[in-house]
Design a protein around this ligand. Structure first.
Ligand code: PLP
Length: 417
């Protein structure tokens, strides 16, 4: 630790604290100017302002107490889940819950799959394994590590999507879950969910669709005429689906959704306990206390935008993404990795050290997003990236030219991640 931090006796007036916060803010990456390739998602300023106001309206309420104390939050969560089930073709018997993020949604799905397998097999100590594509999010490993479940990450096809045949071969009697991403984080490619569902059905294994990044956007991208294959409960065999509201749903953090095909599957995620002095304690998801603001603001943004609003954003977002792709492809030797379906893309030149390109980008004031294999830069585009396109692509072109010509002797290759 470079400095000794103390908890001072004297407090500071709020005015000074707020001034200090603003000062601290000034040192952060200029995400509004499009300098950060991920972490912040945005639609319009109106959506941002509405989300913030709705969050503040329920700033102090706790969604842990929704059932007993805050019927407003109960109703809003039910409506958010209802809108999601309508969107993801899960209305017949489908159910779901709000969570604090994609990680929690995924951990809950893994727990539900394991506990359903335990119930079915009568083996209460069953740990088992999860078979997933190499490109699936580390949240699965986090969940499996917590539950002592073995992870089997399977190489991708040359199109950078899940290889259903290889995944099928990796399954055995103890496989709890198969996973496909819509899309995956590294390349934005969509795994062949229908093929994975066929494997899942043949083997009697739970299929989880990780639509954390793309779930609340992909249906609208399809509706504006782009190619998005079926990926949700319309496909027989999909048992659970995770979709983050705080990514391309443009709702304030922390907010995600986890959906199940039936209440019977959902029952396996629940935690019920009553061996302590305070009596029965039951939660559907991992956390206890949950911000009421996250529920209210998600409800507000969904109600405000409606399907029309999301379609309009989808059209703007995809047009902007295409403009980025077109401009990047003018750089000699540039390749887009796989076939990105939405607004997260990876790209690079195979004859250039992309780690050095990343270092040069960072010297020019960009936070470089990176993918390790194949070595690439990464972008997760939101509407606030629109104005940065020309400057960004110009700097990528210059960095690649310098790295290729060897003008970058000083630049060391940035490490990935
Ligand atoms: C972001 C993401 C997650 C994890 O979500 P968090 O909200 O960061 O916990 C899971 N899967 C995919 C594909 C993601 O992009």
């Amino acid at each position: 630790m470079p400095e000794e931090i103390r908890f001072e006796d004297a407090g500071l007036p709020s005015r000074l604290v707020l001034a200090e916060l603003a000062r601290q803010h000034a040192g952060d990456i200029d995400w509004r100017g499009g300098r950060a390739p991920l972490y912040v998602f945005s639609a319009t300023q109106e959506v941002q302002a509405l989300g913030q106001a709705a969050f503040n309206e329920f700033f102090s309420e706790n969604a842990l107490g929704a059932r007993r104390a805050f019927p407003s939050l109960m109703r809003m969560e039910r409506e958010v889940i209802g809108m999601g089930l309508d969107l993801f073709h899960g209305r017949e018997g489908g159910v779901g819950n709000m969570t604090s993020g994609g990680t929690e949604s995924i951990v809950m799905a893994v727990k539900a799959a394991r506990d359903c397998a335990r119930k079915r097999s009568g083996n209460a100590a069953l740990t088992g394994n999860v078979v997933l594509p190499l490109s699936a999010h580390p949240a699965f490993d986090k969940g499996c590590t917590l539950m002592d479940i073995e992870m089997r990450r399977i190489p991708l096809t040359s199109e950078l999507v899940a290889d259903a045949a290889l995944m099928e071969r990796a399954c055995d009697d103890n496989t709890l879950m198969l996973v496909g991403s819509v899309p995956c984080f590294p390349y934005g490619t969509i795994d062949p969910i229908a093929e994975l569902a066929a494997v899942a059905k043949r083997k009697g294994i739970w299929l989880h669709v990780d639509a954390c990044v793309g779930g609340w956007m992909a249906p609208f991208v399809r509706e504006i005429g782009r190619e998005i294959p079926a990926f949700d409960f319309a496909i027989d065999g999909v048992m659970s689906l995770s979709a983050d509201l705080h990514k391309f749903g443009f709702c304030p953090k922390p907010a995600s959704t986890i959906f199940y095909r039936s209440t019977e599957l959902q029952a396996c995620q629940e935690f019920v306990f009553d061996v302590w002095p305070s009596g029965r304690f039951a939660t559907q998801t991992l956390v206890g206390t949950r911000p009421g603001g996250a529920v209210a603001s998600a409800w507000a943004v969904l109600r405000h935008l409606g399907r029309d609003g999301y379609r309009k954003i989808a059209a703007e977002l995809m047009a902007m993404r295409d403009a980025y792709l077109d401009a990047l492809l003018e750089i000699p030797g540039m390749k887009i990795r796989g076939k990105p379906a939405l607004a997260n893309i990876a790209f690079g030149c195979d004859d250039v050290d992309m780690g050095k390109v990343a270092t040069l980008m960072s010297e020019r004031g960009w936070l470089p997003g990176m993918v390790r294999t194949p070595p690439s830069l990464h972008l997760m585009l939101s509407l606030h990236h629109a104005g940065a396109r020309e400057a960004y692509v110009k700097d990528v072109a210059a960095a690649i030219k310098a790295a290729r010509a060897g003008d970058d002797i000083a630049a060391t290759s940035a490490s990935y991640g």
